[in-house]
Design a protein around this ligand. Structure first.
Ligand code: SAH
Ligand code: SF4
Ligand code: F3S
Length: 446
């Protein structure tokens, strides 16, 4: 066996699922005896956990990787790993394009990192992208925060939105068992964690793939049941979850979120477009009337709930009028946070083949216009919080001001206030809001 490198660095791109995967892989590396290096240029093993949701995300990966591939030409002991969604999408082609890579591994192989690296250290170039049943990983992840933790509940996605690479790169839905999820959360509580964010691409589809969980097409054990099952774990004070698909967001789920007091009144429900023709072309499986109905129900049960979403502008065939419908929805609902993106044609997706693509100018013009509105609406939403008392779970010191601590409100707004981190870390405290920015707040401890 060749000499085992000692320091590692991970760079993570993409969504929370990738961040959670990176924490898992960091845990495996530390168990193998590696130590974290803040500077990638000092590391003996570099891992890129990649995202391919849009073309610019994918291109970013190649530019990072190019630099380290050059370094490897001078330093052959450097180990280069490419993980995540670009790895899954490009597979073999990556090894040809960048022969310096030692390991290319898809997201379903995260739990196998140690085995795969052993193969690398015995002299092989390794490709791991075949689809795989994900088993429970018993290695402790190395988590970024000591207060708030991510917990996967469902991997993959069974939808077929016509623009999206996720089903191709993350595979079919695989729900973890309720017991495995609960055990992980109990362990986190024992370590002092206070807040859990449950993760899935399509979290409200949870459970339908579990054996014996459906009868005559009806889901016998679903996400709402899971919330009841997890809610009372002692020590955990808050739960969040993402991402919700409007197709599966039931009134029962809304009702239980209102009743269960540890569930934060914050919902991330992407709408993608405000127009039914576009929604249909996207293959989303709901109408905008249905979406409005969900938001109305949430606000009826939980008047103070914060709502966030994702939207795509410039989808193939989107007319100015279709786009106006998206603007109108933003104007009407006034999201607390809204991730906007210009449509990017992706390999292996139906919409990328269509002829009715819009020009880059139109897409970027619409993106600018919607961003302008998003900021204005978020600023209004923040302003409404001024004078109110928000419950803040304190996470860490404000990196820009050591006299301040920072944390999140129930509605997920980043909030800063003067205080001592040693006394406050991990506590939920009342803070009176005195100043608002579009996406963050400043207050004073009550
Ligand atoms: N499962 C979630 C979202 C996953 S991807 C859902 O269904 O809502 C995160 C976001 O990236 C999507 O909500 C969408 O807004 C955006 N996105 C996905 N594919 C895209 C593409 N080809 N071009 C632009 N944005 C895209
Ligand atoms: Fe992509 Fe649609 Fe699945 Fe979300 S639900 S991950 S947008 S295919
Ligand atoms: Fe990107 Fe993969 Fe997440 S493509 S958004 S990292 S599922």
């Amino acid at each position: 066996m060749s000499q085992i490198p000692r320091h590692y660095h991970i760079t993570t791109f993409g969504c929370q699922m990738n961040k959670a995967d990176s924490e898992q892989m960091a845990g495996v590396l530390e168990k193998m005896g590696f130590q974290w290096s803040e500077d990638p240029n000092q590391a003996d093993l570099i891992l890129y956990n990649t995202c391919t949701i849009r073309d610019n995300a994918e291109q970013k990966v190649y530019s990072y990787l190019g630099k380290q591939a050059k370094r490897k030409q001078k330093n052959p002991d450097l180990t280069l790993v490419l993980a995540g969604c670009v790895a899954q999408q490009e597979g073999e082609r990556l090894l040809q394009r960048i022969p310096e890579l030692d390991l290319v591994m898809g997201p379903q192989h995260v739990g196998r990192l140690e085995d795969l690296l052993e193969d690398v250290f015995s002299g092989n170039q390794v490709l791991a992208t075949e689809s795989r049943y994900i088993t429970e990983n018993i290695t402790q992840p190395r988590r970024e925060s000591t207060v708030s933790a991510w917990v996967n509940v469902i991997y993959g996605c069974n939808e077929r939105c016509t623009y999206c690479v996720v089903p191709n790169v993350r595979g079919i839905e695989q729900s973890r068992t309720p017991l495995a999820i609960k055990q992980e959360i109990e362990n986190l509580a024992a370590q002092g964690y206070k807040e859990i964010t449950l993760l899935g691409q399509n979290i409200d589809a949870y459970g339908r793939d579990l054996p014996g969980s459906t009868e005559n097409g009806r889901n016998l054990y679903n996400f709402t049941d899971l919330l009841y099952f997890l809610h009372d774990v002692p020590g955990i004070e808050r739960f969040r979850f993402a991402t919700s698909h409007p197709r599966y967001f039931t009134e029962r789920l809304i009702n239980s979120c209102a009743q269960l007091d540890k569930i934060c009144k914050y919902f991330h429900i992407p709408f993608q477009s405000g127009n039914n023709e576009i929604l249909k072309a996207m293959g989303r499986g709901y109408t905008i009337e249905r979406y409005r109905e969900i938001i109305e129900k949430i606000r009826t049960y939980m008047p103070d709930a914060a709502i966030s979403a994702d939207v795509i502008v410039g989808f193939p065939g989107e007319s100015e009028q279709h786009f106006q419908d998206s603007l109108e929805l933003v104007e009407e609902i006034g999201f607390d946070q809204l991730n906007s993106a210009a449509y990017s044609p992706r390999p292996g997706t139906p919409a990328a083949q269509w002829e009715n693509q819009l020009s880059l100018e139109t897409k970027s013009d619409r993106l600018q216009r919607i961003n302008h509105l998003i900021n204005a609406k978020a600023a209004q939403g923040s302003q409404l919080r001024v004078g109110k008392i928000e419950k803040i779970l304190v996470e860490q010191i404000n990196p820009k001001d050591p006299n301040q601590v920072m944390g999140r409100s129930d509605g997920n707004r980043l909030t800063f206030f003067n205080g001592n981190i040693d006394e406050l870390k991990g506590k939920i405290v009342p803070v009176k809001i005195i100043y608002a920015r579009p996406f963050s707040l400043t207050g004073i401890l009550v």
